[in-house]
Every structure is written in structure tokens, then in C-alpha cells.
Ligand binder design. Structure first.
Ligand code: SF4
Length: 444
């Protein structure tokens, strides 16, 4: 029996899709491409915007067209937060909420009991499936160690769609990292929906700092990256762990969301612009070459031209390496959906374009700083021209000429020139990669 999965949304959804794939493959089903004919189609939905809902339904219709006899199963955040939207779709055979892997298997095999199988994840604690998921070749692996969120930022549907915050016990996290190292991975990305909430739900409760210290001390892996952390959760202790540990990459992703204090308070974010700047300064004092990135929403209800000007000036003043910019879109079921002061769609698009342009400039300036300097790069595959590509520890994409035998090795590269926000360089040292490979290449 053949199955196909379409994944919408964030890395956590990609992670969940990889877990679904592993489960169905273990049952003997064969994975195919979503565009081809299959017996079972699974759409792992996203509901972060109205457009994501529409895209999820479009994938269901596409599956039905591809094979009118197939089973079409909807899972993910839209299935969890708003199953009614999917029950109205005639193409859909089953709607399986988050945290119900057994029901998803039964639905795939056609032995499901009901059409809709959704648990209220704000009431019930669903276990987190833990497993190593590779999204980029076999060099870097994502490890989801936390799920759900209890913060209720006014623009966000996630607490409703992914439920209460829940964490994986430290011993299981450490065991998973050991397994990754045994499988030859050189980098693990610690991820979750709200990583800063890690451990608060465990008995006894434990903070993220304690887990990071355990990893710094004991994890047998070369590089550890933290996927995202809310600004107020970047404690001095975490900064110290990153600064003192050889393992942790000098890269922090701190979602700011807005650069104006009034807008931040309307979003129910838990810091001010001054607090954000102070955390940034503190982190860069300890980690001068660190890449600090952020997420920004533009066009939030009530954001006037004057707010946006202040916002832009604030971002211009910050030593930030890159932005992810999200045009605000009304999300039914969130507090902000009831707010007045809507910004016109065209104006939101204009503001997003202005902010993205600034973000690109920041990314180029950050990369340019490292021309002429040496960076440790974990190379992934070589491209058709024998150029290796990979990320430096401070999250710059770097290319260099070198043999395929250097794939999945961390080597030292001297950056020769910048190509936009990427660097091209020459391999100068190969020792230092845990496997101690020995070859030298020429400038990219
Ligand atoms: S912290 Fe806020 S933005 Fe992030 S997942 Fe939770 S509610 Fe959403």
C-alpha cells in the first residue's frame, strides 16, 4: 500500500510528518510523492493564517482528484484547532488531531472507528513522540523536546491548536542525542513550539538551563543549536552556557514580533523594546560573533504609520543578523481577531516589503563581517560542480571547493568573499572534525 504526506507550516509540523512516515513505513506501507497516485494521502495541516487553512483544504481536493478511491486523512493544527472546517469537506475521510498516532495508523489502514478523532489538548496531556528527524541530509537533525504553549499571545492560535505545554524528560532527550551521535550526526537542533517553557510541566519541574547544562557536560555531539527562544527567556545563565561550551553554536533566534512597546503590550508579549536591546547587548558581549535572528509581524491591528516608523528605526539600530517577516493576518479564534484598527492589506504588504529589504541588508552586512576570517563549517553534500555547502556555527551559509569525502565533516574555512548573504572560501584545516578527516581544497 502506498501513502503520501503533504506538510504545511513550521519545523515542528515537518518533524511530526517525519514521525508519521516512520510509523507507516514500519507497518510496511510505502512512501510515494504527493503528486503521484497513492492509496492513502495525509495532509499535515497548518492553521497559523486563514491562507494556511485554505491551502490545507486545497491539498485535500488535490488528493481526491489524484485518486478518487484513496483515503484522505487530515491531521495537524487545523485538524486539532478547528475540525469542523474539515468535516464540511466531502473529500476528507478522516480527521485525526495531534498526539493520536495510533488513530492515524488505523485511519491509514482503513480501520478507524470515527471520522473525527480529536482530543482537547488543553485538558488532556498527550505524550510527545520522540525520535531523531533529519530535514537536511544526514548532517543536521531536529529533536523536538517540547510541545504546545501556555503563553496565549493575542495573535497566536498555537495554544489552541497544539495544546498545553509539555516536555520530554531529560533522560529521554539525552538518550536521543546519544543515538544521533551513534548514527553519525554532527549537529542537533533543539526544537519545540515554545522551548522556553521546557520542563515546567515535569515532576519534578526542571528549567531549560538545567537541560542545556546536561547537554554541555555530557552530550557526545559536536554541535548543538537552539531553534528559538523568547527574548525574556534568554537568561544570563543560558548566555553563560553558550559562551563557555564548545558544543553550543553561537546562534540565537529571538522572536521580537514588534519594535514598539504599545504594540508589544497589545500582543501580550512579555518584554519591552528596552528589555530586548539589553538581552541582545548582553548576549553579544559574551558571544561577539553570534548570529542573532528574529521574527517580526508587521501590520498588527492598531499599528499606525508612526508606530511602524518607530519599529523600523528600532530594528535599524539593532545588531541583528537576519529577520523572518510575517504580514499580520487575522486568525479566527485569537484575541487579536477582535481588535479594531485593522491595517489595509496593501499597506501591510508595503510594510512587509520595507522590513524584508532591511532584513536582507542586515544579513549581507553580517556575512560581510567574516570575509577574511576563519569559520568552522559543517559541510552537507557537494553540488554538481564539486562545491561543498554548509552552515558555519554562526549560521552563515558557506561554500568551498572540496572532495565529497568532506560531506558531514566540520572543517575550517577561510572566507574569501561574500555572495549576497552567503560566503565563499577556501578550506584551510580539516583536523578538528571529530572524525579527523585529512584533505585540503581551493577557493570557491
Ligand atoms: S509564545 Fe506566543 S507566539 Fe509563541 S507559540 Fe506561544 S502563544 Fe504562540
Amino acid at each position: 500500500m502506498r501513502f503520501a504526506i503533504a506538510t504545511l507550516g513550521c519545523k515542528v509540523n515537518q518533524y511530526d510528518s517525519a514521525m508519521i512516515e516512520a510509523r507507516l513505513s514500519a507497518l510496511g506501507l510505502e512512501r510515494g510523492e504527493f503528486g503521484a497516485v497513492a492509496d492513502v494521502y495525509i495532509v499535515n495541516t497548518c492553521t497559523v493564517t486563514d491562507r494556511a487553512d485554505a491551502e490545507s483544504l486545497r491539498m485535500a481536493r488535490r488528493a481526491r482528484r489524484l485518486n478518487p478511491l484513496a483515503r484522505v486523512i487530515m491531521t495537524g493544527c487545523l485538524a486539532q484547532a478547528n475540525p469542523a472546517t474539515l468535516t464540511r469537506a466531502p473529500e476528507v475521510d478522516a480527521i485525526v488531531g495531534l498526539g493520536r498516532p495510533g488513530d492515524l495508523e488505523r485511519a491509514a489502514l482503513g480501520s478507524m472507528s470515527d471520522r473525527v478523532m480529536v482530543t482537547d489538548l488543553r485538558k488532556e496531556r498527550a505524550a510527545i513522540e520522540l525520535g531523531a528527524v533529519t530535514l537536511e541530509g544526514r548532517t543536521r537533525a531536529f529533536l523536538k523536546l517540547q510541545e504546545g504553549c501556555d503563553q496565549f499571545c493575542t495573535f497566536c492560535i498555537v495554544p489552541f491548536s497544539r495544546g498545553k505545554s509539555r516536555s520530554v524528560e531529560p533522560r529521554r532527550v539525552m538518550a536521543a542525542i546519544d543515538q544521533l551521535a551513534e548514527q553519525g550526526f554532527k549537529e542537533v537542533i533543539l526544537s519545540g513550539v515554545h522551548l522556553g517553557g521546557y520542563g515546567k510541566d515535569l515532576e519534578p519541574a526542571i528549567g531549560l538551563e538545567a537541560l542545556l547544562e546536561m547537554i554541555a557536560e555530557r552530550a557526545p555531539i559536536a554541535r548543538v543549536r537552539i531553534s528559538s527562544l523568547d527574548p525574556e527567556e534568554l537568561s544570563d545563565r543560558i548566555i553563560a552556557i553558550l559562551a563557555q561550551s564548545e558544543k553550543f553554536c553561537p546562534h540565537l533566534h529571538l522572536p521580537l514580533q514588534a519594535g514598539d512597546d504599545w504594540i508589544l503590550s497589545r500582543m501580550r508579549r512579555r518584554y519591552s523594546t528596552a528589555h530586548f536591546s539589553e538581552r541582545l547587548e548582553r548576549a553579544l558581549a559574551a558571544l561577539p560573533d553570534a548570529a542573532i535572528g528574529t521574527d517580526l509581524i508587521v501590520g498588527f491591528p492598531g499599528e499606525t504609520a508612526r508606530h511602524f516608523d518607530r519599529y523600523l528605526k528600532f530594528l535599524e539600530s539593532l545588531p541583528i543578523a537576519y529577520f523572518h517577516v510575517f504580514p499580520y493576518s487575522v486568525r479566527a479564534g485569537t484575541t487579536a481577531a477582535k481588535f479594531g484598527g485593522r491595517v489595509a492589506a496593501e499597506e501591510i504588504r508595503r510594510r512587509a516589503a520595507v522590513m524584508r529589504e532591511l532584513g536582507e541588508r542586515k544579513r549581507r552586512v553580517f556575512a560581510q563581517r567574516f570575509v577574511g576570517r576563519r569559520l568552522r563549517v559543517l559541510f552537507e553534500e557537494a553540488d554538481a560542480h564539486g562545491r561543498l555547502q554548509g552552515y558555519s556555527r554562526n549560521y552563515i551559509r558557506v561554500t568551498a571547493n572540496g572532495g565529497a569525502e568532506l560531506s558531514n565533516h566540520e572543517v575550517e574555512v577561510e572566507a574569501s568573499f561574500a555572495e549576497g548573504a552567503q560566503l565563499a572560501g577556501r578550506i584551510v584545516r580539516t583536523e578538528g572534525c571529530p572524525c579527523g578527516a585529512s584533505a585540503v581544497g581551493s577557493p570557491g
